[in-house]
Design a protein. Structure first.
Length: 295
């Protein structure tokens, strides 16, 4: 995939036929697509063209901002950070794919995603989703690496160790909705084990979030389910580690510099954020805040 052409401030001002001072004013008001890399403002030329065309066709259209809501997947550290950072961003956890759909429609300002592919190339799954049609001006920000696995009863009484053991012991498996990152991970792990979902004993109703998986296990309705280590620890349950995954935030370039996201990104660099991640367990935040993609 060819990298986008990025313009410097001087080049962008010339392209838009604006003074650099006027361009900086637009940047300060988050009215022009741009990103800051290694301390310098850069402007994707293709995004500038679309922004300019939208302004000519419908003046003011480029200044429309999405509601201050982070959609997508649920995460205990993210939920806490949204609150403690003073971002004034609400959370709408409905799953990674639903969050991306809402982002495309302008119904959320950001989507928290952790996607997985059946072929095992999970490293590129979030990147490819953020670069998909409808998100031509997206930026992908690293939030954390998370440890995912099986939430089980304390002491792991069924001695579960992997997906194959769930089938062998006929353990009751709680499921997440279609399109949820944890459900995508489960389907990928099942495929890699040479099994099918129908070979496993599943229980209903579906669990919307990780904490709902934990509640299903704690109540005895299920023997296990896919969720993060932090969810299991918070619920006082056992955990069988299966993999580490990327948990990222996708948003429009024009919304990156809004006060809410900036408050969150700034908070992700604090000692309080690092301490909370360590306390919850199962996080690697060494790349938190890094720009993984500018589309």
């Amino acid at each position: 995939m060819q990298a986008p052409e990025l313009l410097t401030t001087e080049e962008a001002a010339t392209y838009l036929r604006l003074s650099e001072r006027k361009l900086y004013e637009l940047v300060a008001r988050s009215e022009v697509p741009c990103t800051k890399i290694t301390g310098k403002w850069l402007f994707p030329k293709a995004a500038l063209s679309r922004w300019l065309a939208a302004s000519l066709i419908a003046p003011g259209a480029a200044r429309v901002t999405a509601p201050p809501i982070v959609g997508g997947s649920h995460d205990p550290l993210l939920e806490w950070a949204l609150r403690e950072s003073g971002s004034q961003l609400a959370s709408l956890p409905e799953g990674s794919e639903t969050g991306l759909a809402r982002l495309r429609l302008g119904e959320v300002v950001a989507a928290a995603i952790h996607l997985h592919r059946l072929d095992g190339d999970d490293e590129r799954a979030n990147l490819e989703a953020a670069a998909a049609p409808g998100l031509h001006d997206a930026v992908l920000i690293a939030f954390a690496l998370r440890e995912q696995g099986l939430v089980v009863a304390r002491g792991n009484p069924l001695a579960l160790s992997d997906i194959a053991s769930i089938a062998a012991r006929e353990a009751r498996l709680a499921l997440r909705p279609d399109g949820a990152g944890a459900q995508l991970l489960l389907l990928a792990l099942i495929a890699r084990a040479g099994l099918t979902l129908s070979a496993l004993t599943t229980v209903k109703p579906l669990c919307p979030t990780g904490p709902d998986i934990a509640q299903a296990v704690r109540s005895g309705r299920a023997d296990c389910g896919i969720a993060t280590r932090s969810v299991a620890q918070a619920a006082g349950l056992g955990f069988v580690a299966l993999t580490w995954e990327r948990f990222d935030l996708a948003l429009r370039q024009r919304d990156y510099f809004l006060p809410g996201p900036q408050a969150l990104f700034g908070f992700m660099r604090t000692a309080a954020f690092r301490e909370r991640a360590a306390e919850l367990g199962g996080y690697d935040i060494s790349e938190a805040g890094a720009v993984r993609l500018v589309n």
